[in-house]
Each structure stands twice: as C-alpha cells, then as structure tokens.
Design a protein around this ligand. Sequence first.
Ligand code: 2AM
Length: 241
Amino acid sequence: MGRSVVKRVLKPSRKRTVKPVVKRTVEPAVKPTVKPANKTTNKTSTKAVVVPTETSAARPVTERLFFALWPDRTVRGALAAYSRDLQRECRGKRVPAQNLHATLAFIGNTSAEKLDAIRAAAAKLAVPAFDLRIDRPGYWQHNTIAWAGCETVPAELQRLADELRAALVSADVKFDDKPFVPHVTLLRKANRPQRFPRLVPIAWRVESFALVRSNPQTDGTAYEVIGTWGGGGGVTPAGEI
Ligand code: 2AM
C-alpha cells in the first residue's frame, strides 16, 4: 500500500492539471483614465469622466461585460451602509462598495471584436433621466443573494432596459435574457433573514448608464467602467469612492 503511494509521487501522471492561461492579444487590459473635472476640489465634490484609453489592438481576446446603472458616491455610500446592516441579520459576503451596481443586461464572455457593436447598440438609445427610489430589500434563495431594489419600477427604467436589450438583439449580441428585475446585489452567500433591517429609502437620480468589464482578480472581481451613455458625466467609476 505504502509502495503505491511512493510510486505515484515518483512518477507523476503526465496528464497533470494545469491552470488555464488567459491569452491576451498584446497586453493586459488598460484601466480607463479618470479625469477629475476639477482637480482643486476635494474628493466628495469631484465629478469624474471616464475616458476610454484602449485601442482595439490592446484589448483582451475575451471580455466579460455587462450594462448597468452605476451609482454615484452618495448612493453607493447609502447602499454600502445598508449592506452592513443587512449582513448583521443574514451574514454572507458583502459586495465591495466600489462594485455596487444595478445590472441592465448581462452579456458575459464575448469576443473583443463585438465590443464596437455593443457600444454602437448603446449609443442608439435615448437615455432618460429619472428618479429611482431604492426602498425594497429582498432575498433570493436560489442564489442566496440579498439585495436592494424598488417597490415601483419607474417606467423609464423598464423602457431603458427593454430598448437596450432590443438593441443588443438587433446587433446580434447574446445576453442573459432572464426578465429584468432591478436590484443591487448587496450580499452573496447570505442566509435568509428573519426580518429585514429598516431601509431608509435611497434616492438615486439616474441620468446615464454604463458598460462595465468584469476583471477577475485573485481576491475577487474588479469592475471597470469602460463606457457611459447619457447625461452629464454623473457616473463615478469603480475605485473612485
Ligand atoms: P447579480 O448581482 O444578481 O448576481 C455582474 O456579474 C452582474 O451581472 C451582477 O450584478 C449579476 O447579477 C449580473 N448577472 C445577470 N445575469 C448574470 C449571469 N447569468 N451570470 C452572472 N452574472 C449575471
């Protein structure tokens, strides 16, 4: 018995499992340059504009993408505070504050060549401005997610999601076509809460939406806003909190 163990150690199978290597065309993804609108203002009042700095030659071969509403710093802070309250009730792992968002359409892995078509689909849309009231906590047993959403889905939001998805269909871009349920995931691997802590409604003024790239890291996932459409540069990119 002991001998067979020694044999395995001395003669390892040639079919060893190797970690998959993600091949990139030229170089790793380039972070967007974030230009503060006014360098002299302090962090809390700075509005940021995302300036894409990539050329198609430098893009990774595949990208994991999704469209989302990306909160500004104030909304993100309020969501993060509520996620801490919620965690006390149902444990789980908090989504880092800089990753909080509401997905409009999840595209997932796609080839870099599709990126221009995806951007063009987004650019076709008339982006409405509307108020989103985050006033409804929720929990899904099937994926053990605790989230915050809204009692009433604004008609403009439903239309934006519908039109975006229709534009993706026209552009032959595949995406997860599960019905749109607006929500911000706050906790993963959470237990069903006995009761939800009080959620003081969070007022989220929506004027734009974002295309986001998900970059897997050894210690989690980093989200990178790689495009925004709509009014006034009001999106605060991840990492700017
Ligand atoms: P979730 O927050 O409810 O998990 C990035 O993964 C974002 O896309 C997440 O907000 C995630 O939703 C959402 N998403 C929607 N469909 C998805 C899918 N099929 N796989 C992974 N994420 C998905």
